[in-house]
Design a protein around this ligand. Structure first.
Ligand SMILES: C[S@@+](CC[C@H](N)C(=O)[O-])C[C@H]1O[C@@H](n2cnc3c(N)ncnc32)[C@H](O)[C@@H]1O
Length: 372
């Protein structure tokens, strides 16, 4: 076991729960030693961290803690002009560390250029690390909690952008972000070889990400156009990334899932959240939406209780009024009537977790539930 620093994304609580769920699903022994809104330090066995970071939605960097810097080979490649950076995630003064690195470079006769954050921050964003090719043509050190670590894997935003751009079926509205799709998949604890269900699959964004992780997928959408688009998008991802996972899409109402499938290992979904809002709603409008959504969520939960064996990661909308008041339905009570209860992989993380997309008029409650 070694210690690794996971630099967490925008929603640290969600990222931490994702990490615990991801490692639990794969039966990886781990221990969370420290965590904050910035990062978490985990003890872990060695593994393919380049793959791990591709599969996580909520982690931006993984860095291996260095026990003794004198014994650390700073650069093992062949280039004689390298680039490096020191990213600081606490209030440490790193001048001494920078001087030490310079001295080591001189000693090892390496020509090295120091790279700074393009945003005038104390740390480099993943796109800076990738743009400067620090992983292949140099190195990055990370300082957090007075500990020095070396970046071994970094989130690649260009991969996400490319997938979002190249996906054959596109729509402007209702597009789930790849990041949130991955987080939901991991909260469902789906892993390679499992069958994951998305009862509101839309254009298949979440299912695409699951298939990239080797997970077989089952999708439902009541709209013929969406079901067809999902099929096209999934066929594309299989071909483009040479995937082995299978998929099955049903153009059907998810209030009738059990007529079509017998079982799924887990489910992850951003369901229908009512008509699109272009401004914060007035109370009567919000109440009306909630009244219409409640029976749909209830009927779908009933179906999910019949077919899903493991975790269900599901988003539940709630409306924020100008007054600050929140309008929502009582999802927790609905859960218990179908034999579900909230399931948090970490006792200190309480469900639901609130997720607010910057451009969204609706707040999302993220729940993870399972049968009692
Ligand atoms: C918020 S979108 C889901 C976005 C999707 N997760 C994605 O990645 O593209 C909700 C979808 O639910 C579908 N839908 C609404 N009511 C449904 C129902 N009763 N059964 C199945 N699908 C439904 C809509 O057609 C829409 O595509």
């Amino acid at each position: 076991m070694k210690d690794y620093i996971f630099i967490l994304g925008r929603d640290p609580e969600l990222s931490l729960l994702e990490l615990a769920s991801y490692f639990n699903a794969r039966k990886v022994q781990y221990k969370i030693k420290v965590h904050s809104a910035t990062a978490a330090i985990l003890s872990l066995p060695g593994m393919d961290f380049a793959k791990v970071i591709k599969e996580l939605g909520g982690t931006v960097k993984i860095a291996r803690v260095i026990d003794n810097l004198d014994n650390e080979e700073l650069y093992a490649g062949t280039s004689n002009k390298i680039k490096y950076a020191v990213s600081v995630y606490d209030d440490s003064d790193v001048e001494e560390l920078k001087e030490y690195i310079k001295a080591r470079m001189r000693q090892e006769k390496l020509k090295a250029a120091y790279k700074r954050s393009s945003r005038q921050e104390q740390f480099l964003m993943p796109n800076d690390v990738i743009r400067h090719e620090l992983m292949s043509e140099g190195f990055e050190l990370v300082v957090y909690d007075d500990i020095v670590a070396r970046t071994i894997a970094v989130f690649n935003p260009f991969d996400y952008e490319k997938r979002d751009r190249e996906r054959p079926k596109q729509r402007e509205l209702h597009m789930l972000s790849i990041r949130l799709a991955k987080i939901l998949i991991n909260l469902s604890m789906a892993k390679e070889g499992d069958d994951l269900l998305d009862p509101f699959c839309g254009y298949g964004i979440l299912l695409q990400e699951a298939m990239l992780m080797g997970i077989n997928t089952l999708g439902f959408d009541i709209s013929r156009e969406c079901a067809e688009a999902s099929k096209v998008n999934l066929a594309w991802v299989v071909k483009k990334y040479h995937l082995n996972a299978n998929y099955k899409i049903f153009n059907a109402d998810s209030r009738r899932i059990s007529r079509f499938i017998e079982k799924a290992d887990s489910a992850a979904t951003e369901p229908y959240m009512g008509p699109l809002l272009n401004k914060i709603p007035m109370k009567p409008e919000a109440l009306k939406s909630i009244q219409q959504l409640e029976p749909l969520y209830r009927d779908v939960l009933r179906e999910l209780s019949k077919v899903v064996k493991g975790n269900i990661a599901i988003i539940v909308p709630r409306f924020r009024l100008y007054s600050g008041e929140r309008i929502k339905f009582n999802f927790e009570r609905m859960l218990s009537s179908f034999g579900f209860k909230p399931y948090s992989a970490l006792p200190e993380v309480k469900l639901p977790i609130i997720y607010t997309a910057s451009d969204s008029k609706i707040e999302r409650e993220i729940w993870v539930i399972r049968k009692i």
